[in-house]
Write a protein that binds this ligand. Structure first.
Ligand SMILES: Cc1cc2nc3c(=O)[nH]c(=O)nc-3n(C[C@H](O)[C@H](O)[C@H](O)COP(=O)(O)O)c2cc1C
Length: 208
């Protein structure tokens, strides 16, 4: 399956068969996440694979009773380690030292200044970057799931404090999304999308 086909086939799946995932499937999903790009190659994503029924039930309750969280054979809790940026100077320097990357003096200076800032930021201030970077890795998982014949649904509607407590996450680990995954037990139609002219800003400005 090519990427475009996976993108076209993907739906948010909220009904799953009880068939468990194989370790190979889970490894493939996590490998897809591992290969995601990230700012300064910081790779702040961390994952918790939840199969235990009791834990899934608690996650379901912490997500305002979204039943499919409990029903999915696994839930990948997609997190960010907000301490990852501690190493961002080294990681960026590593990138800039690579012979295959040549950003130019001006850009390198700006990049290092930004890295200095993010290193000095409080963990809380890193949350937007955490969200952005982990979201990319999550979507890698979502699309790989389609290729493997699996379905998933992004879940952001949850009580962050409760999820943190349930999984005993340290203060610096932030849950970005829950991702229930399993074999789909429904075949939903495509959900509505804006037409291209609506999302290309130049076109809408011109037509005004
Ligand atoms: C960041 C994000 C958060 C979402 N949170 C939830 C959620 O908490 N519960 C849910 O049922 N669906 C959730 N969704 C799924 C959306 O409702 C869904 O993507 C949208 O309606 C389009 O449908 P489709 O994914 O089938 O194309 C979320 C999707 C994204 C990208």
């Amino acid at each position: 399956m090519d990427v475009l086909e996976a993108i076209q086939k993907r739906r948010s799946i909220r009904k799953f068969k009880t068939t468990p995932l194989t370790s190979e499937q889970i490894n493939n999903l996590l490998e897809a996440a591992r290969l995601a790009p990230s700012g300064c190659n910081v790779q702040p994503w961390r994952f918790i694979i939840v199969k235990d029924t009791q834990l899934k039930t608690k996650l379901c309750e912490a997500s305002f009773d979204q039943q499919f969280i409990k029903d999915a054979p696994i839930v990948i809790v997609c997190c960010s380690d907000l301490h990852s940026w501690k190493e961002s100077k080294e990681k960026t320097q590593e990138l800039l030292n690579r012979p295959d990357i040549n950003l130019g003096e001006k850009c390198e200076k700006a990049l290092m200044e930004r890295v200095e800032k993010v290193t000095a930021d409080s963990t809380h201030e890193r949350i937007p970057s955490a969200m952005l970077n982990v979201a990319i890795a999550i979507e890698h998982i979502v699309l790989t799931a389609v290729e493997l014949g699996l379905g998933s649904c992004w879940v952001r509607l949850f009580d962050e404090k409760k999820v943190k407590q349930i999984l005993k996450l340290p203060e610096y680990v932030f849950a970005v999304a829950l991702l229930p995954i399993g074999i789909p037990n429904e075949d939903p139609p495509t959900r509505p999308r804006l037409p291209l002219p609506k999302i290309i800003l130049q076109d809408s400005i011109k037509s005004d």
